[in-house]
Design a protein around this ligand. Structure first.
Ligand SMILES: Nc1nc2c(c(=O)[nH]1)N[C@H]1C(S)=C(S)[C@@H](COP(=O)(O)O)O[C@H]1N2
Ligand SMILES: [Mo]
Length: 327
């Protein structure tokens, strides 16, 4: 790229150029930091806390030490991960959420933790951000539709929260309820799902160290279309198990009835573990295409891995189960 006559100037390669949106976000954040420091006499640290959720604000985590939490595969580009989304509350096309999710207000935000726990509590987002040390987890995400991405999330293990609220002996499952507000979410006008979007896990699945409560991705707070301000990420299950924009976490004794099971129970089971040997009734799950690697007719197909490649970590959770029946 650089020519000797340019006296050492090296042109940046396209991958080194900060995408415009990210650049704008960072600049806005810096402006807000400056305004916050001047305004209202806020102490520096408090101001930083209050601004920690500004769009594009940095949210860094130390590389996770949890087994299996960092794949060596090349992460999907931030641009692909933030413009090709499933978030039906903002429309059913992959390109809808990036266009329409600006109406989501990720602040102020609370998450109510209730049900079969000794210490139910409504957590404010600021409390959650400080509840445990942030970690970076680089996970494969496999959508049930047959595509996948590799995303560097920032968050902490769901187990950190579960331990603090002390589940009772009756808690067998955890139900996740996500935001359903017609004022913020144009997709709620469609009856494609029975809102709110509800998901669930068995308690031991929710307790597994790989199960992540994520607040950020690519070293910044979550963009709205990816589930701001807090979402679940369960890397060994199809993507729809990872609910976005969570407002309630309920500990219950019976298996929750999830939004996708209500919509089509013969197609979307409660477990929905990634499994190349158990096909969806309408398509094979043996292979997947990695977003960003498309090549038209010559698109590379990758083999789908058992439990999305996390079998060494999570296989034991399902010992003795018939995975074709309990899909
Ligand atoms: N509330 C809510 N959460 C959701 C969805 C949704 O429509 N609504 N879609 C799911 C599906 S099908 C997938 S594949 C992932 C996509 O997450 P991403 O857009 O961050 O890659 O989010 C999941 N979480
Ligand atoms: Mo999905």
């Amino acid at each position: 790229m650089s020519h000797p006559s340019e006296r050492g100037f090296v042109h940046p390669t396209p991958s080194e150029i900060t995408p415009r949106a990210a650049y704008d976000g960072r600049r806005r954040w810096l402006q807000q930091v400056a305004a916050g420091a001047l305004g209202a006499g806020l102490a520096g640290w408090a101001a930083r806390d209050a601004l920690a959720q500004a769009k594009g604000a940095p949210l860094v985590g130390a590389k996770s030490a949890v087994a299996g939490a960092v794949t060596m595969e090349k992460p999907t580009s931030r641009n692909d991960a933030t413009t090709y989304n499933n978030y039906y509350e903002f429309g059913t096309d992959k390109s809808d959420p990036a266009r329409t999710a600006h109406t989501l207000k990720p602040r102020p935000w609370t998450v109510a933790v209730e049900g079969e726990v000794k210490k139910p509590k409504v957590f404010d987002l600021d409390e959650l951000l400080k509840l445990a040390p942030m970690e970076e987890r680089i996970y494969r995400l496999r959508c049930v539709e047959g595509w996948s991405m590799v995303i560097p999330w920032v968050g902490w293990s769901m187990a950190e929260l579960i331990r603090r609220v002390e589940p009772t002996g009756n808690a067998k499952f955890v139900e996740f309820v996500t935001l359903a507000d017609r004022a913020q979410m144009p997709g709620l006008r469609s009856s494609v799902l029975d809102w709110p979007y509800v998901e669930g896990l068995r308690l031991d699945e929710a307790m597994h160290p790989l199960t992540l409560l994520a607040f950020g991705m690519y070293g910044e707070v979550l963009p709205n279309q990816n589930g701001a301000p807090v979402r679940l990420v369960v890397p060994w299950k199809y993507g729809f198990k990872s609910g976005k924009s969570i407002v309630k976490i309920r500990f219950v004794d019976k298996q929750p009835n999830t939004a996708w099971m209500k919509a089509a129970s013969s197609e979307y089971g409660f477990y929905s573990n990634v499994n190349p040997k158990v096909d969806h009734p309408r398509w094979s799950q043996a292979t997947e295409r990695r977003i960003g690697e498309e090549g038209g007719l010559f698109a590379k197909k990758r083999p789908t891995l058992m439990f999305n490649g996390y079998e060494p970590q999570v296989g034991q959770l399902y010992a003795g189960m018939d995975l074709a029946k309990q899909f």
